[in-house]
Design a protein around this ligand. Structure first.
Ligand code: SF4
Ligand code: SF4
Length: 130
């Protein structure tokens, strides 16, 4: 439902590009497809049936959801909301991020995101308190 509620945001992007300059992922990769403008264009192509969900997954996960783009967005769009909704839809469709899956498995198994033995935490705690 989150995807259905938020996908209208994609249609409101006017492709002005004002969001690019303060996107940390764009600055790091220098790829327009990693800016909010690029992500909205990719999701528009998805809505038009020109791309499939598995083809948009990588770009959707390459976003910190920092909302920096929203500070300069000409249309005042909630970019992070649509990206989070797209991620939720990706997970539902079986395209969850592999790292997230591993973290969840570790947390369920050991209550540690890295899968470390909980006894090690107690040992380190004792060392820190000594
Ligand atoms: S929310 Fe995502 S797209 Fe927007 S500035 Fe942050 S990293 Fe870039
Ligand atoms: S600033 Fe907003 S309207 Fe302009 S390209 Fe970026 S997301 Fe689209």
């Amino acid at each position: 439902m989150a995807w259905e509620e938020n996908k209208h945001i994609i249609m409101e992007c006017v492709s002005c590009g004002l969001c690019q300059s303060n996107c940390p992922i764009y600055k790091q990769t220098n790829l327009e497809s990693n800016s909010a403008k690029g992500k909205m264009t990719i999701l528009f192509a998805l809505l038009q049936g020109m791309l499939e969900w598995d083809e948009v997954a990588e770009r959707m996960y390459e976003c910190t959801t920092c909302k920096n783009c929203e500070a300069t967005c000409l249309s005042g769009l909630d970019i992070a909301a649509v990206i989070e909704a797209a991620r939720e839809e990706l997970v539902k469709r079986g395209y969850g991020h592999t790292v997230s899956g591993e973290l969840a498995k570790n947390i369920r198994g050991t209550r540690n995101p890295f899968g470390e033995d909980p006894k090690e935490r107690e040992r380190l705690k004792r060392l820190a308190e000594a």
